[in-house]
Structure formats: C-alpha cells, structure tokens
Design a protein around this ligand. Sequence first.
Ligand SMILES: Cc1cc2nc3c(=O)[nH]c(=O)nc-3n(C[C@H](O)[C@H](O)[C@H](O)COP(=O)(O)OP(=O)(O)OC[C@H]3O[C@@H](n4cnc5c(N)ncnc54)[C@H](O)[C@@H]3O)c2cc1C
Length: 449
Amino acid sequence: MTEPLHVAIVGSGPAGFYTADALLRSEEPRVEVDVIDRLPTPWGLVRLGVAPDHENIKAVSRAFEKTAARPGFRFFGNVEVGSTVSHDELAAAFDAVVYTVGAQTDRRLGIPGEDLPGSWPATAFVAWYNGHPDFQDLDFDLDTERVVVVGNGNVAIDCARMLALPAEELAPTDTTEEAAAAIASSPIREIVMLGRRGPAQAAFTPPELKELGELAGAEPVVDAADLRLDPASAAELEADRDRARRNYELLQEYAARPSEGKPRRIVLRFLVSPLALVGDGKVEAVEVVHNELVDDGGRIVARPTGETELIPAGLVLRSVGYRGVALPGVPFDETGTIPNTAGRVAGADRVYAAGWIKRGPSGVIGTNKKDAAETVECLLEDARAGALVAPAPRDLAELLDEKGADFVDYEGWQAIDAAERAAGELHGRPRVKLHRWQALLETGRRIPR
Ligand SMILES: Cc1cc2nc3c(=O)[nH]c(=O)nc-3n(C[C@H](O)[C@H](O)[C@H](O)COP(=O)(O)OP(=O)(O)OC[C@H]3O[C@@H](n4cnc5c(N)ncnc54)[C@H](O)[C@@H]3O)c2cc1C
C-alpha cells in the first residue's frame, strides 16, 4: 500500500471539518489530516458565532465529532499559524496545506464617531456572549434604553434577538453567565435595526425574521409606511417566490400587529444609513440619512435623499459583514479572501483554501460542505498527478514539541467538552462554556500525551 498523503488543515470550523471529512474518505490516495486551530476548541463559528438560543443548529458539531473519530484524524488546538508555526514550516512538513481560517474581523462603516465608546462591531458582541476567550474582558455597557444595530442580515437579527431575550429564555442556553446576566438585567426597551435598502432587499432570511414575532419578552415593530414599494422593488418581489416575498409578508404582518405590550421592542427600519455616531466621549445617538432606491444598471441601490434624523442610543452594534485577515506568507487579496481557483490558491503550489476565506463571508454552515468538496477534488487530482510531495516531511507533534508549543489535542478538547457538559447538566443547560484561556488550557491538557 502506498504511503498516505499528509494534509494540514488550518481552521477547525465547518469548512475545516468538511474538508477533513472529504479527505479522510479518500481511498486512493489515502489521506491523514492534522486539523490546526488557534483556539483550544474546535467548530469555529458553530461554537462561537451561531446564537446560543439556536442549540439545534449548534448540533451540527455531532457530525464533526464523527469525522474526528475517523482513522487518520488529529486535532492541534492552541496552535496559531502565523505565530506558533509559520506557513513555510507547514508547507515544508506537509504534502499539502488547506486554509479554512474563516473571516476573523469586521468590515468598517467608515463614518465619524465609529470608534466612540459604546460603538462595537457585532463580531465582538457575538464572540462575547458566545464565550470566545479573546473577547471576555470587553466592557459592554448595556445600561441604556435603546440600542441601534446597523445592518439587515441574520447576524444583525441574532444580535437584536439576543439583546431581547429575558432571563427565562437565556437560562437554557450556553450564553456565558456574564452576558446572560447583563442582557437580562439591562434597562433596554428598544432595539432598532437599520437597513440601508428597502424591505424587499433585506438580507435576513424568513425563519430568522419569523422568530422575532415569537419571542417571550419582545415584539417586532414595523412602520407600514416603510413597506411602501417603489416599482422596481415591487417587480423584484413579484419575480421572487422565496426569501424576499416571505420576508415581505412577515413584515406586513408585523406592521399590522397591535402591540402586546412586551417589555422590549425590536424596531425594523428601512431606507436609512448611518452618517455619524455622535456623543460627548461616548455614543449618545446615531445620525441617519433617509435613502431612496434607484436602479443602477439593473441593481437596486440606496441613494441618500438629504433628509436626516437623530436616533438616540447608548449602544451601537455595527453588523455590516465579516472580513478575512491576511496570514503571513499566504497570498491574500483586498476583498479579504485568499485568491484561488476552485480552491487551488493562486501562486502557491500545494496550498488550498475552503470556506469563508475562499469565497467570502456568506452562506450557511452547509454551504461550506459543497465548497470544501470542490477544494478536496482539486487537491486529490493534484495528488494523483504526483504534484503533492512535502519537501521536508515532519510530524507536527514533534515540530511543536521542539518549539516548546503546548497544544491541545482531541482528547484535550474532549476533556473540555465533558467538563462543560457536566457543568451544564447541573443547571439544565446544554453546557457551561469554559471561556477563559487559562481554564481552557488547564482542562484541555488534563490528559497526558
Ligand atoms: C454570528 C454568526 C451566526 C451564524 N449563524 C448561523 C446559523 O445559525 N446557521 C448557519 O447555517 N450558519 C450560520 N452562520 C454561518 C456559519 O457560521 C459559517 O458559514 C461558517 O462558520 C464558516 O465556516 P469557516 O470554517 O469558513 O469559518 P469559521 O467557522 O470562522 O472557522 C474558522 C476557524 O479558523 C480558526 N483560525 C483562524 N485563524 C487561524 C490561524 N491563523 N491559525 C489557526 N487557526 C485559525 C478560527 O479559530 C476558527 O476556528 C453564522 C455566522 C455568524 C458570523
């Protein structure tokens, strides 16, 4: 039997695990994979992005556990490519390297006041309530009656909904205790979501919008005047059988709904863009401009009308997209992705990409499966053509030991997982996350290697 191909996969989110799974299923060549993550815990945004009250979606990790149980799989947590180990070291040691590092930062609004205290990227807020160990010392001040969420996608909805959950809806989730307590005890009365374009162009999807109408402690508020359609949007809706049409129907239903007097309101605004965040030393209001929609070569775009409005708010969450970050020694392009063709990285032999860093930050968890399959197909084709041979093969565990880099292996992660689940069981929660580096590393290293 021929020697197996050794592949390093950098990033253990959905794209990393779908890539690992597809590679481990290959019979010719046989493949062994080392999945590397800078965090001591796997699953990427499934653990640290997907909202804690969406436990059924987080359950996709059970499929990833099956992948991890396949022969030839190893996990190396607490290993950051670019600092613990370099791209060149990996490229020398492995027959191929696949980058599945996701999109690690946020896009900016580029408006005055964006950096005032009280203005946060949604990326940070999401990471905070989900227990990401890099984001636990952030001081989210929820002592305000109104929050503005800039953006009209599912992440914006997640943020708005999380802020609207009362203690009883937060209790059965794996939201960190600090975040749950801060949200439940906050005086927030209103969460305003700002959409640049109209209701027909909103990026959120119907199930997420529908959920806003089913919350125990909050109700959605839509102004019927905001739902008036220009002819181009009306035509767009007419042609749409799916997302936009269903969204529009739900928004109409919300606009017609009498208030139930719930403690918090989620106000969905359309055709408004933030011009500036204003305040004396901290955010006190968002200045917005009203937009109109115009046809720009077949695409409906928002154009400011000049009419402005000030929305008082003590907290602003900017949810206008995630963005990939460049890794030293790995090609990167200004759109925030690794340039590639079907997963083969441009200008770098034996290097591949999958997931958000390959195609940009959009698509649901499942989208990454097809995306990873495409990359793996290219990789295996190159392997069969004899193009994938490590110049200086090395075992990653040995390389890391030599560097004095202490990694968390899969058994270490299982120890973290077991500790979290056991703590959760005591409180009727799926898990109580370890969310401090020290606790994660101490627990993850409990099993001697
Ligand atoms: C807030 C939010 C909520 C979402 N909710 C849903 C949902 O409900 N349903 C759904 O289907 N989809 C949801 N998605 C989309 C889904 O999470 C993504 O499609 C998916 O996670 C992208 O997978 P990925 O593997 O490319 O990136 P990620 O999941 O981000 O994984 C990347 C991994 O790479 C690691 N990494 C980064 N840099 C390095 C480095 N230098 N060295 C080593 N490791 C590194 C990171 O630690 C991370 O573990 C949501 C996304 C967000 C942001």
